[in-house]
Design a protein around this ligand. Structure first.
Ligand code: MSP
Length: 669
């Protein structure tokens, strides 16, 4: 048994709808890592599964007129089929409704209660009796205030009145562990990837003080019941997070895998792959649960960005959802796995476009890689009856450079794979492919073939091409299994992979390539295929976006949350541009004279000259200004009495104008 272990997990998905390419991304990403580490002779355990409890699932089942259990059983079949289609090599598929999991969740809850980490308290919120549901203030369709600005009631989205109700709830004392968590972050700066996100967690959530977390609910029943107080069910996130250890056998009589895989040191890694939206749960709640249970913490949390569409988030109502099944049916599995891994930049969002999808298949897979293989096989057949001679170094003038580039990129590939940078790793592979294609042009085998005295060189060139393709086949094996296998088989190497001891020279001697290579990627008619993908996306359009659940969405903003009062302190008014001119001595500034409706003209300097080369077009426009900004001197000479609001976007910058019918001085808020 190998002593290096690698435990990799996907989030457990809510089975509340059909999974799209976003969830496929995470699951394929973990699969790539699992396959890579297995090839590097780690003992690997790859876990995925479903998060099946909670109110949302209960509601979905109700709508479907079946029991929640029947609902999730049915969904689980669909999800497993999808993972089979995507050739996901998971070792275990956990469902939070599995008996062993439910039992351990209940035990953990009771233990934390007995330890005093969990206590019974009160949870208050806006409750609609007719809907039998709690709402946060921001979810209310209408909010009623008293004259002091305090919220005194409102309407639920259904239109029913809500009232302030307190319900009994168990709370987890997160604050007790805050210092230990901060210390852990400091000692393990690599714990969260991308690195910057650790600071975000510290600044936004931990430093302002961790509030105790409500960890039980009494408003619905579909969940794990608290044994000592069964009207409570365990909060779905606690239930979900502990899947990472219950799946290994933690808390059960037989806990073999837990003993093997739940370690964190040089030889043992625990890696949770997650979307950026659930980082807070994984970087704060999960470590604290583990601390409370006296267990080691995971090695790394890798938070990836989202696949979005050109018109924003994928949503059924927009008709822009892409399902993996359609892409696999039309183009095969390998292009999907390649595309997803290659095109989502590390740590940020990526845009899926049909153009990009078909383009990458044609250019990177069919042209760069496919042609290299076809040409190589054809030449080895033509010049040497299909047999590859032994790899020999430095026979032609170009061998040295090829070997160098290959070695560099091979090292980079491993580095990027360990850093979970898939686009980086694939780029390294494509550098090798590009360099090898160039090597054909440089060595011009068709000329060598005409010269009897160049036979040795010609053989060396063929051996280099085969060796390079063999190396590429190894490197892409975790990503594109059948393509990799096809390359190895067409070149006569068979499916013998040794990624740990890989080099050009590690190529076995005396092999025979196939007589006629079949193209590994067909060339696509771009226009036709792009149109096909678009049609399929539109066909799935529904009028209601069943997947939209605002409560679960962590809103994205680049700045920290502010209180309403902070915003309210700014006075934003409508002002009309009376005059505007370029400021002498500055190529950035425009000087405005504005009428903000208060009987006095004001002057504002704004650094937008380059966006409005013809600044006079602004005269007469009504813009929005911050009227109570402290005046400041600019260019030593002009006082600027406020700020004009503008929107920055990829196309430049646009001043925010308002309809001419709005009177000057109107307050915006
Ligand atoms: N059930 C919780 C996770 C519990 S883990 C202990 C959950 N489930 S989810 O189904 O809503 O989301 C699962 C993952 O899918 C999240 O990491 C989320 O970021 C990811 N994605 C959902 N849409 C996505 C894209 N469009 N692109 C990439 N990943 C996205 O949260």
């Amino acid at each position: 048994m190998s002593n290096k272990t690698f435990y990799v997990t996907t989030p457990i998905y809510y089975p509340s709808g059909k999974l799209h390419i976003g969830s496929a991304y995470t699951t394929i990403a973990c699969d790539v890592l699992a396959r890579y580490k297995r090839m590097m002779n780690y003992e690997v355990f790859y876990l995925t599964g479903l998060d099946e409890h909670g109110q949302k699932i209960q509601q979905k089942a109700q709508e479907a007129g079946i029991t929640p259990q029947a609902y999730v059983d049915n969904m689980a079949v669909g999800v497993k089929n999808l993972w089979d289609l995507l050739n996901i090599s998971y070792d275990k598929f956990i469902r939070t409704t599995d008996d062993y999991h439910e039992k351990v969740v209940a035990d953990i809850f009771e233990r934390l209660l007995a330890q005093g980490d969990i206590y019974l308290g009160e949870y208050s919120g806006w409750y609609s009796v007719s809907d039998e549901e709690f709402f946060t203030e921001s979810q209310l369709a209408e909010v009623y205030y008293d004259d002091a600005g305090q919220v005194i009631g409102g309407l639920a989205p259904s239109g029913h009145e809500v009232e302030l109700v307190s319900e009994e709830s168990y709370f987890f004392k997160l604050s007790k562990y805050a210092d230990r968590l901060v210390a852990f972050f400091k000692e393990h700066p690599e714990f969260i990837q991308p690195k910057g996100r650790m600071n975000e967690m510290l600044k936004n959530f931990i430093e302002p003080g961790l509030e105790d977390l409500a960890v039980s609910r009494t408003t619905f029943t579909w969940g794990v019941k608290v044994p000592s107080d069964p009207k409570h069910v365990v909060y779905v996130w606690i239930d979900a997070l502990v899947n990472y250890i219950t799946a290994l056998g933690y808390g059960q009589d037989e806990h073999g895998n837990f003993d093997i895989f739940w370690h964190n040191d040089d030889q043992h890694e625990v890696l949770h792959m997650i979307g950026k939206d659930i980082l807070r749960f994984h970087s704060i709640y999960w470590p604290i649960i583990l601390m409370a249970l006296d267990l080691p913490l995971p090695t790394r949390l890798v938070a990836h960005g989202w696949f979005v569409m050109q018109d924003g988030k994928m949503s059924k109502s927009k008709g822009n959802v892409v399902y993996p099944e359609m892409l696999v049916e039309r183009f095969g599995l390998d292009p999907l796995r390649y595309y997803l891994m290659r095109s989502l930049p590390v740590g940020s969002d990526g845009t899926f476009t049909p153009e990009d999808y078909v383009g990458r298949i044609n250019y990177e897979l069919a042209n760069d890689l496919g042609n290299l293989l076809n040409r190589t096989i054809a030449m080895i057949n033509k010049y040497f009856d299909g047999s590859i001679s032994t790899y020999a170094e430095n026979v032609t003038d170009f061998d040295g450079d090829l070997a160098e580039i290959v070695a560099e990129n091979l090292a980079d590939y491993h580095k990027q794979m360990n850093a979970v940078n898939f686009p980086g790793a694939l780029e390294a592979v494509w550098n090798i492919i590009a360099r090898t294609n160039k090597y054909i042009d440089e060595t011009a085998p068709w000329l060598l073939a005409k010269d009897e005295s160049k036979q040795e060189e010609l053989a060396a060139v063929m051996a280099h091409l085969a060796a390079s393709l063999r190396l590429v086949a190894h490197l892409i094996q975790p990503f594109m299994m059948s393509t990799s296998n096809a390359i190895m088989e067409q070149l006569g190497f068979g499916l013998n992979f040794d990624l740990e001891n890989l080099s050009l020279a590690s190529m076995p001697a005396g092999v025979q390539v196939v007589e006629k290579g079949s193209p590994i990627f067909p060339r696509l008619d771009m226009e036709q295929e792009i149109a096909y993908i678009k049609e399929q996306m539109a066909a799935d359009k529904t009028t209601a976006d069943a997947d939209w659940n605002p409560e679960e969405v962590e809103l994205k903003s680049t700045k920290e949350d502010i209180k309403f009062d902070t915003f309210d302190a700014a006075e934003i008014r409508v002002a009309e541009v009376k005059e505007v001119e370029k400021v002498e001595g500055s190529d950035k500034l425009l000087r405005f004279r504005l009428d903000a409706g208060d009987g006095q003209d004001r002057q504002i300097l704004s650094g937008i000259a380059k966006y409005y080369p013809d600044e006079q077009e602004l005269v007469g426009k009504k813009v929005q200004i911050v009227a109570n900004l402290k005046p400041r001197k600019m260019m030593k000479k002009y006082v600027s009495q406020g700020m004009i609001l503008s929107a920055e976007h990829t196309g430049g910058l646009t001043l925010l104008t308002v309809d001419p019918s709005v009177p000057n001085g109107s307050i915006i808020g």
